[in-house]
Design a protein around this ligand. Structure first.
Ligand code: ATP
Ligand code: LTN
Length: 332
């Protein structure tokens, strides 16, 4: 039986991924690569929608790839590559732009939010066409599943609409992809503001656990995380959002269930619990950070992995692009 195909992407917009990115997204990538034909890409072209210094963009792109590998994305088991290494992404994106309606694209909430924040004059056209490039990323690989966070559901819906529209106008060309979104448990919140999600663009990084941060800095952030009222370690998102978030983090990394952890800390205070969470997080991330740093020391080998990934990705992408051009009536 052929394995189901999976595709996903992540933007290299920051120096480090955070625990939310790992538990909400990358951990699923690692699990899915075991029994799926998985394609994972660092979407460096999407990152151009935010103006970045060229040296920094390059550094973050390589750091993203190194972190993915250190977190368990295995180039022997999946195809790991950079979006900009496969020109078919841009080529199919144009086709998607000619298929999407202006009104339809204007309804994308990510565009509305981001453009509202920066104002029309500072919003680039690429932010508007971002979802059509994302649709191209996906459809080129004919995936069955696209693992993403809840915030990406609308973009996957648009991708499905575009695929359906193309197929009915020009004949069956694209596989209809499904979003693969984890249940609510996978949402990790900010340690200082546990009612909002842990985010790379948070105002303060005090509540964000970064993979590439030093173990000491991360331990300190957890120990000084916001304290809820009361003193029992119990999962109750309404009354104890901070402790509940820490319980989710502990459980996801240690593998112990939340009731088991609650039992372990019965009669002990928040202080002991926070120290234990700090220990779990620090020990989990320590080898991952070390491995990522090691990979970054040998850029040549890292780039070789990415080039080999792109060679594999190109074969699949170019086949879909050729079929698309043919079905559209572009002369051969
Ligand atoms: P920003 O907040 O600046 O938009 P981000 O931190 O949300 O960035 P993205 O690059 O948008 O990160 O997300 C990468 C992946 O990580 C997405 O699939 C997203 O759903 C997931 N993700 C991001 N933050 C969290 C979180 N706090 N909990 C669970 N999953 C998350
Ligand atoms: N928009 C996504 C990143 C992304 C993506 C993709 C995800 C770009 N292309 C293709 C899945 C499939 C985000 O911001 N998380």
């Amino acid at each position: 039986m052929t394995r189901k195909r999976v595709l996903s992407g992540i933007q290299p917009t920051h120096d480090s991924f955070h625990l939310g990115n790992y538990l909400g997204a990358v951990k699923q990538w690692v699990e899915l690569q075991q029994d799926h034909d998985a394609f994972y890409c660092v979407v460096d072209l999407h990152a151009l929608t935010i103006e970045t210094d060229p040296a920094l963009l390059r550094k973050r792109t390589l750091a993203s790839a190194a972190q993915l590998i250190a977190l368990g994305v295995d180039p022997q088991k999946c195809t790991l590559f950079l979006q900009s290494h496969v020109p078919a992404h841009n080529q199919l994106a144009w086709i998607m732009e000619c298929l999407a309606g202006f009104g339809e694209a204007s309804r994308m909430t990510q565009f509305k939010d981001k453009s509202q924040k920066s104002g029309t004059d500072r919003t680039v056209v690429g932010l508007f066409t971002y979802p059509m490039l994302q649709a191209a990323d996906i459809l080129l690989y004919q995936p069955d599943l696209v693992p993403v966070g809840e915030d990406q559901r609308q973009h996957i819906e648009l991708t499905r609409d575009l695929a359906g529209r193309f197929n009915s106008r020009y004949g069956q060309t694209f596989q209809m992809p499904e979003a693969y979104i984890l249940k609510s448990g996978a949402k990790i919140n900010d340690l200082q503001d546990p009612t909002s999600k842990m985010s790379k663009s948070a105002e303060s990084m005090q509540g964000v656990i970064e993979i590439m941060d030093s173990p000491e800095a991360n331990a300190k952030k957890i120990k000084s995380s916001m304290t809820d009222t009361g003193r029992e370690v119990q999962f109750n998102e309404k009354q104890k959002p901070g402790i509940s978030n820490l319980l989710t983090i502990h459980s996801s990394l240690s593998g112990s269930s939340i009731p088991e952890i609650e039992k372990e800390f019965e009669g002990k205070g928040y202080g002991d619990f926070k120290s234990a969470v700090a220990e779990v997080v620090v020990e989990y991330l320590r080898p991952i950070r070390a491995r990522a740093l090691e990979l970054l020391e040998d850029e040549k080998s890292l780039l070789k992995i990415l080039h080999e990934g792109a060679d594999k990705a190109r074969v699949v992408a170019e086949k879909t692009l050729a079929d698309t051009y043919k079905n559209l009536g572009l002369a051969e």
